[in-house]
Write a protein that binds this ligand. Structure first.
Ligand code: BGC
Length: 701
């Protein structure tokens, strides 16, 4: 390969659809493909389209190296599944596997080889619009979903991605993008290594261990060094420590933005620093291709680093089978969701919803009810796909909640009004009312940070007006993030948080509201009382002056003068239409030598969950640990295991958790070594982050 051809492999250009400044590089891409100076294209799909461009690269360029087609398949291609945050709320990684498998099959058969997913950024910032793309605030949940999605996209063998149902995955954004200050997108991140190691990096490690073919650098700086040119992260941790052999791709224009950050003098300097730090492919900006050959000639970049980056890109193409089969079978292209994929999306969406409150069992609705009012701006809305929904999001509208209810309960009279006096009149005339409120899909996602997390204008007023009728009602919230609900939550008997549930959101909600499917999702994020409390998350440190939860302000403790301490709803919270008790935890071994844990021994802890109500329901049994005395202050608790179970009335089930060094220790800030210290470990089991059932284990020296 010539030097120009090598740098060409490190270039990714964008087809028409831009996701940032400077998009739509079609002419440039066509020319570069023919000249053999292009590695990859993003945002082009459709077998006929990708094949046409592929032909230029394979049949007209000197070496005939095939192109790699990348695309953001975030929660569906044709069949839109719930947003990733909602998927995390299922506490059921099989939901992510289902999304990833359907996405992989639909996208790959449409010419796409590579998805820029999963997003595995832990985030404690609901102001950040991209929380919708994340799995929320917890490293354990995020890591489990990261691995599930990677396996779903890539299949069981990460070295063979050649099948027509396989997509190369991309764990993004490396690293700590979820920690942007103030939740403002693209903003600065300042993070200790202790927090990187123990909070932000573990989900990436889980993705890499699951075989993720690629990793994307983050837009943000990390303690002053932009992630795109961070040798400690890209090479030190990712490639050297973790042995990652895949491709590190830049984010959109991320190499160029090194100049804007004030880190590189110009484009050449930006390309030099990014490549040297460990970046392998440049998306959208063109500094490596433009300046690389001269940088190499001047000795500013090394031939070894260049060859390593090129080898990584070629290896990915090889794993995808592109050297044998560069073209996509146009006869086998799917153009729409199928009955089967819709059923999967419906099942998924129902598992994702979180029943926050259900006083007096307003829900589920009785099919014998005469009239139900279904009011509010999202009652008859198709805007339920959520952010970054892929081509299916525009082509196949979601069924509204109203239409789905009408189809599912033809004997009930459903009366609809958008809002205002009509909605209140409908509520007055009905036996029960559903108020369907929320955020438009465009209010979350990239570049969609909000400083006010209340419902958009007029919606809280609608809820209050319906409440004033004195008639039974429930609120359904469709949103891309946890919202602040203080203005109305105490006046509302029942609230179902539906998130943005995708193409089948409406039918899935009908299943839940009519009680055909039991709700069982849990919050993967803390719901704050006010924006002023942010960041608010369950795995915080104790401080020297902790405040008692749910109490008004006390003097000289860590709290606010003007709000109760703690969340409105804790992490892990969610109800079903029945009640559960969780007993235990029990453990046969109370004392374990640290050395045995280090050698791989695991401790089994059991909890027993019982459905003590009258209906079949779902519960997520959660296990938290706390190390109360450690050489680095540990969080008040950390989730270390969870399992979702479905139980019939009076049925019980044991839930087994296995704790090893990884669960009971922490990672050292400097070298990432696993540290397990002698002493007590408190273990809690329950159904949210406030779980109280407890036992203590002793780790001996
Ligand atoms: C986003 C990435 C995305 C890329 C390509 C960027 O703006 O940050 O998450 O994969 O665009 O569309």
């Amino acid at each position: 390969m010539s030097v120009e051809e090598k740098f060409g492999q490190l270039q990714q250009l964008a087809w028409t659809g831009a996701t940032g400044p400077g998009g739509g590089q079609n002419d440039l891409a066509e020319r570069a493909a023919r000249d053999g100076r292009l590695g990859s294209v993003l945002n082009l799909y459709g077998a006929a389209h990708t094949n046409a461009l592929q032909r230029s690269a394979v049949e007209e360029s000197r070496l005939g190296i095939p192109l790699l087609f990348g695309f953001d398949v975030i929660h569906g291609f044709w069949t839109t599944f719930p947003i990733p945050l909602a998927q995390a709320a299922s506490f059921d990684p099989d939901v992510a596997v289902a999304d990833a498998r359907v996405s992989a099959s639909e996208a790959r058969r449409n010419g796409v080889h590579w998805t820029f997913s999963p997003m595995v950024d832990v985030t404690r910032e609901p102001r950040w619009g991209r929380i919708a793309e994340s799995s929320g605030e917890d490293p354990c949940v995020t890591a489990r979903f990261a691995a599930a999605k990677v396996r779903g996209y890539q299949g069981p063998d990460p070295y063979d991605l050649s099948g027509p149902d396989r997509l190369a995955a991309c764990a993004k954004h490396f690293a700590a993008y979820g920690a942007v200050e103030g939740g403002r997108d693209y903003n600065t991140v300042d993070s200790s290594w202790q927090r990187l190691r123990n909070v932000y990096l573990p989900p990436f490690r889980a993705a890499v261990e699951a075989g993720a073919a690629t990793v994307m650098a983050a837009f943000n700086t990390v303690s002053g060094i932009p992630a795109h040119a961070h040798p400690g992260l890209l090479t030190g941790v990712l490639k050297d420590e973790w042995g990652f052999e895949g491709v590190v791709v830049s984010d959109w224009n991320g190499v160029h933005e090194l100049v804007v950050h004030g880190f590189a003098a110009d484009g050449a300097d930006a390309g030099r620093q990014a490549l040297a730090a460990g970046l392998d492919m440049e998306m959208a900006s063109t500094h490596l291709a433009a300046h690389g050959p001269r940088l190499l000639a001047d000795g500013a970049v090394t031939g070894n680093r260049l060859d390593d980056a090129v080898a990584r890109v070629l290896r990915l193409k090889y794993r995808l089978g592109l050297f044998d089969r560069p073209y996509t079978d146009e006869a086998a292209t799917p153009y729409e969701p199928t009955t089967r994929t819709r059923a999967m999306a419906r099942h998924a969406a129902a598992r994702c919803a979180v029943l926050l409150k259900n006083d007096g069992s307003v829900l589920p609705l009785d099919r014998g009810t005469g009239t139900v009012a279904v009011v509010g701006p999202y009652a008859d809305s198709n805007d339920l796909h959520g952010t970054w929904s892929g081509p299916g999001g525009t082509r196949f509208p979601a069924t509204s909640v109203l239409d789905a209810l009408r189809a599912a309960a033809p004997s009930v009279r459903f009366r609809h009004a958008f809002d205002g006096p009509d909605a209140v009149a409908a509520a007055r005339a009905a036996e029960v009312t559903l108020v369907v409120v929320g955020e438009a899909s465009s209010l979350s996602g990239e570049a969609s940070s909000r400083s006010d997390l209340r419902l958009p204008a007029g919606q809280a007023e609608l809820i209050t007006a319906v409440a004033a009728t004195g008639r039974p009602f429930a609120v359904v919230v469709a949103a891309g993030r946890p919202l602040v609900v203080e203005e109305w939550i105490d006046r509302v008997p029942a609230v179902l948080l539906a998130w943005h549930g995708g193409i089948e959101a409406g039918p899935a909600l009908a299943d839940l509201l009519l009680g055909d499917v039991p709700p069982g999702g849990k919050l993967p994020v803390t719901v704050p009382r006010s924006v002023g409390q942010l960041p608010l998350y369950y795995a915080h440190e104790n401080t020297g002056r902790p405040a008692a939860p749910d109490r008004p302000h006390q003097p000289f403790v860590s709290g606010y003068l003007d709000t109760e301490h703690g969340p409105r709803f804790p992490f892990g919270h969610g109800l079903s239409y029945t009640e559960f008790t969780i007993s235990g935890p029990t453990c046969a071994t109370r004392e374990t030598p640290v050395a045995e844990l280090a050698a791989g021994r695991r401790i089994e802890v059991t909890a027993t969950v019982t459905n003590v109500g009258e209906r079949t329901g779902d519960e997520v049994v959660q296990l938290y640990v706390r190390d109360p005395v450690a050489s680095v202050v540990q969080p008040v608790r950390r989730l270390c295991g969870f399992e979702r179970v479905t139980l019939k009335p009076r049925e019980s089930a044991p839930v087994l958790f296995s704790l090893g060094a990884e669960e009971l220790g922490f990672l050292a800030a400097d070298d990432g070594a696993l540290v397990v210290e002698p002493g007590l470990i408190d273990v809690y089991v329950g159904n949210d982050a406030h779980a109280t059932a407890h036992l203590s284990l002793t780790l001996t020296g």
